[in-house]
Structure formats: C-alpha cells, structure tokens
Unconditional design. Sequence first.
Length: 435
Amino acid sequence: MHWPRTLASRLSLIFLIGLILAQALSFGAQYYERYESSKNTMLGNLETDVSTSIAILDRLPANERAGWLQQLQRANYGYLLSDGEKGTPMDLDMAEAPMAMASIKDAIGQDYPMTFTDIPGPKKHFQVHLTLSDGSPLTIDVRPSMVPLSPWLPIVLLGQLALMLACTWLAVRIAIRPLSRLAEAVDTLDPNTHPVLLDEKGPTEVAHAARAFNAMQARIAAYLKERMQLLAAISHDLQTPITRMKLRAEFMDDSAEKDKLWNDLGEMEHLVREGVAYARSIHGSTEESRRTDLDSFLDSLVFDYQDMGKEVQLNGKSATVIDTRPHALRRVLVNLTDNALKFAGSAELLVEKQADGSVSVKVMDRGPGIAEEELAQVMQPFYRVENSRNRSTGGTGLGLAIAQQLALAIGGSLTLSNREGGGLCAQLKLPARSA
C-alpha cells in the first residue's frame, strides 16, 4: 500500500482510521459493560429463582410436580423429574467451570447435595443433579448463552460513524480550500499582469498566509519592474554614445577599418534597440485593451508585407472580435513573420477558431526548422540557434523572447513546433475570454 499523495486523502485516511478505532473501542467498552451488568443481574436472578423453584417442587406432592415444570421453565434453564442425561462430571475447581455452577451451589448447595455433569452435543450445556427430601431425583438443565445484543445498537453506532465521517469530510474540505486557492494563485502568478490578490478573510492562519502571498506578489512585481527599468535605462543611454560614434565614423577616410567599425556600431545599435524593446515587452500589459476585428487586423498586417514585396499569405477566417492590446499583438506577429522571412523567404499565416472558443494564429514557413531539444530554449533571451554572431543571420536572440513576453502580456500563449516536410510553425493562441 502506498501513502496517498494529496493532503485531503491523507487527512481523510487518518481521520477515518481514528474514527473507526474510536468507534471500535467505544463499542467494545459499551458491550463489555453491558455484559458485566447483565451477567451480574442474571446470576443474581438465577440464585433467587432456583432456590424458590426447588423449594416449591420439594413441598409439592409428587403427582403435582410435573404440572408445575412448565411454569418454572426459563429461557436458559429448566427442570427435569429424572436423573437427566449422562455426561462428564464437573467440579467447581475446573478452569472451564461455568459461573452459573457457583451461583446454583451458593443458592441451594447447603440444603441439597448435588453433582454437576457436562453434557456433550451440538449446543453445549450442563446439568445439576440433586435429590428432593422425599428421595425423588431432580435435574436442573442449564443452557448458558451470550448476552443478547439489542438490534438498535449497531444502527446507532453506524449512524454515529456516518455523522463523524460527514463532519470529517467537512473539516478536511474547510482545511484544504485555502491551500487550493493558494496553489491556484501560485499557478497563475504573473508579475507582468495585474496581480490577483487573495482574500485575506477567514481564520488567522489562512489570513496570515494570504497576506504573506499578496506581499510576496507585490515584491516580485516591484523587483521585476526595477530590473526592467534598469535594463531599459542602460539600453536607452547607450544609444547616445553610439550615435556620436557613428557621426565620428562618418568623417573618417574610407577604408576597410571604417566599414568594420560602421558594421559593429550598427550591430550595437540594433542590440540596444532590441534590449529596449524586450524591457518594454515585460510591461506590455500597460497598453490599453481595445476591441479588435482579428480578420481585418491580420489583413492589414499581411498587406503591409505584400506592399514591401514580401511573400506573406493569409489563410482562414475567424469572424471574431477580440479584446486585446493591438500594438503588442502586432509586435508578436511581426517578430514571428520576420523570423519566417529571414530563414525561409516566405511566410504563411493561418487563423482558426477552436472548439473551446479560443483563436489560433499560426505563422508557418518551410525553412530549416529548429532541433526538438532547442524548441523551448529559443524562447530565452539572447539564446540563438546559430553560433554565428552575424546579425543578418543569427540575430540578437531577443525576437522570440519579446514575442513570448508580449504573448503572455495579452493573455495568450506561444508555442513552437516543427512541421512535417520541414519548416517551423509558431502558434499564438488567444484564450476564449479574450474573444
């Protein structure tokens, strides 16, 4: 057996085992107390009843005794006007001697000599043999039995167990609910979007955990904003000296060194601009959301590329108006399309509406694709599949990172996959709530 993995299962199992053991102990104690009480009462009644019955039978004429046997008959013992059955002699000193023997001995043993025999058979019982004052034999046939169990007692115990189980389920659910809310908040934690604060009401421990989580969420957002502002400030400030260096390079005599310097400055300028764009993409959620006709938006984007002589095609229709940040969405699609044009020379956009109401926009090409083990890594900043540092082929490694950040900022998701027959497919999925 394996220990349950969820906290709710573990708590339920512990409570269930504890309740079952508690109920078993309670039932055992109650049954034992009932057994002792009934035993003492029955033995006391047995002594009184046997002494009375023997006295009655001894004083009755011999011909009238048989008529009284039915009235003196009890559930666990009766009287026989004979020597009884043959059996194994018994003694009070025996370890297995029934307690009723001692009670009968105490009740009439001083007046009537008696012997005890154990009678074999399907139902074990014993007999007491004695002789009345007129010499007539008399046998007391004793049939010991367990104390009867009231039929309502198991029902009551099962009802108590069911009530305790219901209370246990309710207690576990109340205890687990704040943890479930906290886990859901952690899963959806995104410093780039507006924070969703946990409700700080409830028990002291729950309220304290909610306040701690909300404070942590605010600190993470503040730290990230500070880092991005620092990156944006550095990238922005670098543009000024780069511009001055380019102006000075303009006055240099034409030479191979001038061309190399000019190319290096161009790469630095491009890298700085991409750094600023990446820093801004982290805070893409600051843009106002607008209702946008997705089909018209994509037509405009594709026509812009076609006007520049680029081979970009659009297939499919969504017939959907979405609530999104158009500049961030455009930057995502432009980055993906530029990558497709850079490595394949052409791009195909496919828009589809999914069964769950979400919208999928795929940017596909027939380029070299990306190795499967690198599909996730290319989303990281400054990671490039190509080892070359040539900007015209390898780029800065920020294009897909920017697209990924902006996709998250508008509530979507970006995934990459290789196409059958070669090429890459970049799928931007916008959730149903945005449509």
